[in-house]
Design a protein around this ligand. Structure first.
Ligand code: DX5
Ligand code: ZN
Length: 215
């Protein structure tokens, strides 16, 4: 099932409620949490996610680009996030953490930076609801899609198909009307788009267009 998750990193942070109102057709809201340690940038944390939870009925897809994921990720699940993504590079015990998130009623998702291989994690795919393959170095919106990730997407899709296809494959970074075609062709089904959605005059229209291109 094709899903479009707009990233509010490209929205107007001073008007988040109104900005959420411009993406009513989204499948979920992608929220980028950055701590200035795991990535060089700093964005928002638990209090702002709590406010966003109250401001929208859309599912929340929380992308944690933070250290100490084992400690922090469950707190986002507790706030009512439908899905919490931690980075493999920031988790001490990814299997235990994924089980904890699922135990809290959230979807468990794990992200890999561009240079992190997927192969060491294939045996734990059954612990995950979603695998996020970063298509830029995490930290900033508006970067160029990395085509070198396409083979990794294909290998991950093959592996999820082999095990019954229950794991969503998300891509994040540089997704637009052109790159979404290549990512979808490689096997991604869940697409984060920040600048491509929020730089459009009508973000909801951009979501519809991206969904039809990918589907
Ligand atoms: C980058 C973030 C992305 C970002 C994507 O580290 O994880 O979610 O918002 O922005 P675009 O779609 O502009 O590349
Ligand atoms: Zn993200």
């Amino acid at each position: 099932m094709t899903a479009i998750h707009p990233s509010i990193l490209s929205a107007d942070f001073a008007n988040l409620e109104a900005e959420l109102g411009r993406i009513r057709g989204a499948d979920a809201v992608h929220v980028d949490v950055m701590d200035n340690h795991f990535v060089p940038n700093l964005t928002l944390g638990l209090p702002v996610v709590q406010a966003i939870r109250k401001a929208t009925d859309l599912p929340l897809d929380i992308h944690l680009m933070i250290d100490d994921a084992d400690v922090w990720a469950p707190q986002y699940a507790e706030l009512g996030a439908e899905s919490v993504t931690f980075h493999a590079e920031a988790a001490k015990a990814p299997v235990r953490l994924a089980r904890e998130l699922r135990g809290q009623g959230s979807k468990a998702a794990m992200a890999l930076k561009p240079a992190t291989a997927v192969e060491p994690y294939l045996d734990m795919l059954g612990e995950l609801d979603m695998l996020l393959l970063m298509t830029v170095e995490p930290g900033f919106g508006g970067q160029e899609f990395l085509d070198i990730i396409l083979p990794k997407i294909r290998r991950a899709r093959q592996a999820t198909n082999d095990m019954g296809g229950q794991v969503a494959i998300q891509v994040d970074g540089g997704i637009n009307a052109e790159t979404i075609l290549r990512a979808a062709d490689a096997g991604a089904d869940t697409f984060v788009a920040g600048s491509a959605v929020y730089s459009a005059e009508d973000p909801d229209e951009a979501i519809t267009q991206l969904r039809s291109l990918a589907g």
